[in-house]
Structures are given as C-alpha cells and as structure tokens.
Design a protein around this ligand. Structure first.
Ligand code: BG6
Ligand code: MG
Length: 218
C-alpha cells in the first residue's frame, strides 16, 4: 500500500533544473572549463558543493576550500536571480494537479529536495501549503544518492518507508529512493532513470489513478 508521496522539487514540480544548469555552466565557463547537458545529469539531485566538486573533477581543476565556497556562492546568486524572475506557469504540467489529488485521496505529501532554496521556491510559487512536510538541503547531512532526505521525510510524516512513493528526475534521486526502500517513479529518460519502478517523460498525463494502479493505496 501507499500512504505517502514524496516529491523532488527541481525538475519534478518546477522547471528550475534548467536554471541550475545555466548557472553552473556560466561558472564552469568563467573558470575555463565547460559543462555539457550530458555531464549535467550527474549534478541533478546532488548538493551544491558536491556539484561543484564534480565540475572541477571533470575539468581537472583544483581550488582551495575558500575559493570553492566563493564559487558556489556566485553560482547560487545567479540561480536565485533566475528563480526570482520565475512565473507560476513554470510549475511543471500535471504537478499541481497530482499534489492536490494526493491530498484529496488521503495520501500524505512531502517535499524531498537537496536544495537550500527549496522553501523560497515553493513560497514564490505559492504552493508550500500543498505539502504536509518539507525536507530540504538545510536539514540533511548527506545529499542524494544517500537515502537520508527521503527517510527523514517519511519519519516526519510518521509513515514507514515502504509505504512511500518518490517522484524523481535525477539518477541520484532514484538511487536514494530505492536505498530508502521506497517505490520510485522516474521522470525523464529510461537511459538515466532505468532503475526506477516506472519511468515516464513527465507528469503531464499522469493521474492519481495511474499511481494507484502501480501501487494500491490503503
Ligand atoms: C537539487 C538540484 O534539487 O538541489 C541540484 O537537483 C542542486 O542541481 C541541489 O545542486 C542543491 O541546490 P541548492 O539550491 O541548495 O544549490
Ligand atoms: Mg530534481
């Protein structure tokens, strides 16, 4: 049975994954390297500092901790600038509908995002009230693929992990969900997310009935 749905934010509920990519690419270019769309897949779901480390290792670059913190701050300033210009229509198609129908069917709803900007993004889009629990990057020690974020969400909801279903667009997120002993629906391409229980392109045509067909609710 399924009693709770846990949603990733960037790339699942809102189209912010593109802004993370633009900001990281800008930083990569500034330090004399680059970041391809394919390489960027490895950054999805991963914390800010871990993302920077991946970019530096791809480019064969090394910097001091102090320099790295300054770079991560710079990337975040650009990301926040993009986000502040976002309009409510950048909520991804089908996402709000699914959140609302989960609630209407007695399924608890949590956010499980590695982002430290998650709460600000939800407030900006005026959808924070749709979540029973919000777990973000400020509340965890280890980011995805570690299961900590999803296990914390389940425990705050007071629901056993095996009664949770996770919606994820990142390979690291799918791994985290499975490591937490949760079911996982991958949003994107099967090439990246093949380990998920089901992979669909997006939430546009996905209804609560589809979710219940996959795993019955109590
Ligand atoms: C995740 C994104 O949701 O949050 C990653 O998929 C991002 O790309 C991570 O690096 C951390 O986000 P932030 O906003 O704390 O830098
Ligand atoms: Mg994501």
């Amino acid at each position: 049975i399924i009693s709770a749905a846990i949603f990733d934010l960037d790339g699942v509920i809102v189209d912010t994954a593109k802004y993370h990519y633009l900001a990281w690419k800008k930083l990569a270019n500034e330090i004399g390297t680059d970041l391809s769309v394919e390489e960027n897949e490895r950054l999805k779901g991963v914390s800010r500092m871990d993302s920077l480390d991946i970019i530096l290792s791809l480019g064969g670059l090394q910097f001091s901790e102090v320099e790295k913190v300054a770079m991560a701050d710079k990337k975040n300033t650009w990301f926040v600038d993009y986000v502040n210009q976002m309009k409510p229509d950048e909520i991804l198609p089908g996402a709000k509908n699914l959140l609302e129908s989960c609630r209407a069917n007695g399924i608890k709803v949590a956010l499980g995002s590695s982002s430290k900007n998650a709460k600000a993004v939800l407030d900006l889009l005026k959808i924070a009230h749709l979540f029973d629990v919000i777990v973000d990057g400020t509340m965890i020690k280890k980011s995805k693929p570690d299961p900590e974020i999803f296990l914390l969400g389940a425990s705050l909801l007071n629901i056993p992990p095996d009664q949770c279903i996770v919606f994820e667009d990142a390979e690291a997120g799918v791994e985290a969900a499975l490591a937490a002993n949760m079911r996982c629906i991958g949003l994107g391409s099967p090439a990246q997310l093949g380990k998920a229980n089901l992979v669909i392109p997006d939430l546009k045509n996905f209804t609560i009935e589809d979710m219940i067909n996959l795993v019955p609710i109590h």
